[in-house]
Write a protein that binds this ligand. Sequence first.
Ligand code: NAD
Ligand code: MG
Length: 389
Amino acid sequence: MTTPRTVTIFGATGSVGQSTLDLIARSPDQFAVQAVTAQSDVAGLAKIAIAHHARLAVIGDGSRLADLKAALAGTGVEAAAGPQALIDAAALGADWTMAAIVGIAGLAPTLAAIRQGRTVALANKESLVSAGALMMDAVAASGATLLPVDSEHNAIFQCLAGGRVEDVARIILTASGGPFRTATLDRMRAVTPAQAVKHPNWSMGAKISVDSATMMNKGLELIEAHHLFPVGLDRLEIIVHPQSVIHSMVEYRDRSTLAQLGSPDMRVPIAHALAWPARMASPCQPLDLATIGRLDFEAPDPVRFPALALARAAIEAGGARPAILNAANEVAVAAFLKGRIGFLDIAAIVEETLRRYSPAAPTSIEEIGAIDREARGHAISRAESVRID
Ligand code: NAD
Ligand code: MG
């Protein structure tokens, strides 16, 4: 028997975190859970830590340490709390780390995991959007293996196996189009948070579900792809594919196009990253193409989904722009989910924040943190001015 690989899961209580733990629990001899983390759900985190025999549980909210200690009393699981404890958990150096915190909050722990030089499975796209160049530099410096878990990027990674980036003509990211793919602007103006988080194909956390509805998710993924697969922005395209069966495609210069297909279940790309470069069995549904019957494609609508052009312009301009885009979007999505602004205000707030704030390009993680905070301030005051309650 081989020794189990140590694994750490950042964002263990979330949608991606739970899918990861589901796969790990099915192969108990192969994985030993080192650390699990969550932001505020003490009971949920303690339950996970106990069920998976974790060594350490970390709650991001520093004021919840006593609660977590009480929940773990007598179990042998160590408890820690606060942002520094998240970074310390990464520094334990698990063989394999899942980065599945949502938002820029994931940047510091993800970077700390990368600096360990082991394998990091990346779901936390916002960190790459805001600090892509610095993160990719850290990957190169530490020799870490960064495996994309976002289904599109995982598909591209698989389609690139055995190929050379120089031979790539185009990378085509597929997008479901979200719940409002065919909605009129008038209808989109009035949609509620409950309608926006109801994704037609995927079950995901609230923030990414709203991002899918505005298609900012695809904008963030364009930026993510630009950092992970440096083929040039002019070779990155987006196509709407409502069935979410093809997760993305790579076209080579001989015009041969490779696609990765699978059920819309995050455990498919997560299993790929868990077993890579081998393969493991997953409990996911096999594709039933005869039942699916047809695959449709259409161009995205730039008028109803302005987030796409905002994201492309941000990465074309580079510097601080992607970090500002991300920060303003996080603020606007949170305000929308609280019912404080309308759905169409999300992209409007991102656009206005980008227009009002133009700092110099960041050269360090600290500078990205400062830009993120400043951009949030701009976005919050804009969100206050459009309050609908
Ligand atoms: P989620 O909201 O379900 O879970 C988020 C996790 O992060 C939770 O464990 C939460 O406790 C933790 N967290 C939240 N704020 C935190 C903070 N400030 N500090 C520390 N921890 C914090 O989110 P999700 O849908 O699992 O998405 C996680 C990441 O994966 C996101 O970046 C998302 O874009 C990406 N992703 C998700 C999916 C999906 O299917 N859910 C697919 C592709 C990519
Ligand atoms: Mg995706």
